[in-house]
Design a protein. Structure first.
Length: 325
């Protein structure tokens, strides 16, 4: 087995990585539908605020698996590590070797490694942690429950308005006059929600970064549906984003929802979510919607339950300190 970097500009390397990623995910995630190949590769190749480093395990010309090390400019102390191994070559040490190689290739600024995985049951999560993550030094930082709403059967009842607020929905980008405030809110989503031991801080998104993200999503074939609530001073008080894929078989994803401190308790979180869901129905190519929230986020979990979302998967997020030798 030969472990070496994957060339992001090499079409053959990226096609092989896409094949392995799809096979690995479909092996453990029932009904998982991938992004199209070109859209996924475009995501790897577009920096969009991230430094991506891919390393592959090869047997001759056959890619057995690969790992990704990802660093965001906003959090240079944290490196995300992801590993995918062809099911035919799992449980042979390939994944562990790839994880270590990705860690070794991380920038000098890296103080901790963070990883995540999805499984259908908590028992599968426990087995993955015990057999794979723990021997590599990772410990659970938090868990999230992934929930899904079938829009074909959903009864989207509830208010999409709130006294003293104006709720609007936009497709493929909010107007420029709102982008700075929306970027501030996007940077609070992880920091203000429960996140276990992760300790996320604020990571505001500039208007230019916001535009780059929208451009990437649209280039990948997504439809971006955002709903915002404005107060009487025309300030953004709440925001949510729903990302619909080009493939109707792939569930749309709610990227985040936040109500600004001082505006909570008025039903704005549910209202903006409902507004986006109604637009997704009107869009016509969304049949299912997924989202997730930390298992300690009782407020968001209660909103999702009232809207009709049902649990489908568990996500575990793990971390370990980086000790340079």
């Amino acid at each position: 087995m030969d472990i070496r970097p994957l060339d992001l500009s090499d079409d053959a390397d990226m096609a092989a990585a896409y094949r392995v990623e799809c096979a690995a995910n479909q092996y453990v995630r029932t009904g998982w539908t991938p992004l199209g190949r070109e859209a996924r590769i475009l995501g790897w190749r577009t920096p969009n605020g991230w430094q991506n480093h891919l390393v592959g395990a090869w047997d001759g010309t056959t890619l057995l698996g690969f790992a990704a090390g990802m660093n965001s400019a906003d959090t240079p102390d944290t490196a995300w590590i992801f590993v995918w191994v062809d099911p035919a070559h799992q449980n042979t040490g390939v994944g562990s070797a790839l994880a270590r190689a990705a860690e070794d290739a991380s920038p000098a600024s890296t103080a901790r490694f963070v990883a995540s995985a999805y499984r259908s049951t908590t028992a599968e999560i426990a087995a993955l942690t015990r057999k794979f993550a723990s021997p590599l030094g990772y410990a659970a930082a938090t868990t999230e429950t992934v929930v899904e709403l079938d829009l074909r059967d959903a009864r989207l009842t509830g208010p999409t308005a709130a006294p003293g607020y104006e709720i609007s929905t936009y497709v493929n980008g909010v107007p420029e006059r709102f982008r700075e405030q929306v970027g501030q809110i996007k940077g609070l989503v992880d920091a203000e929600a429960p996140n276990g031991e992760l300790g996320w801080g604020e990571t505001p998104v500039s208007p230019a970064e916001y535009a780059e993200e929208i451009d990437l999503w649209v280039a990948q074939g997504h439809t971006v549906i955002e709903s915002i609530a404005l107060d009487l001073n025309a300030n953004v008080a709440a925001w949510t984003c729903l990302l619909a894929a080009a493939d109707p078989d792939r569930p749309a994803q709610i990227e985040g929802t936040l109500v600004v401190t001082g505006h909570r308790g008025h039903g704005l979180g549910a209202a903006v979510k409902l507004a986006s869901l109604h637009r997704a129905v009107e869009n016509g190519n969304v049949s299912r919607v997924r989202t997730s929230s930390d298992d300690q986020n009782a407020w968001m979990r209660s909103i999702n339950t009232r809207l009709g979302f049902m649990p489908v998967e568990t996500e575990i997020i793990l971390q370990k300190k980086n000790i340079r030798t």
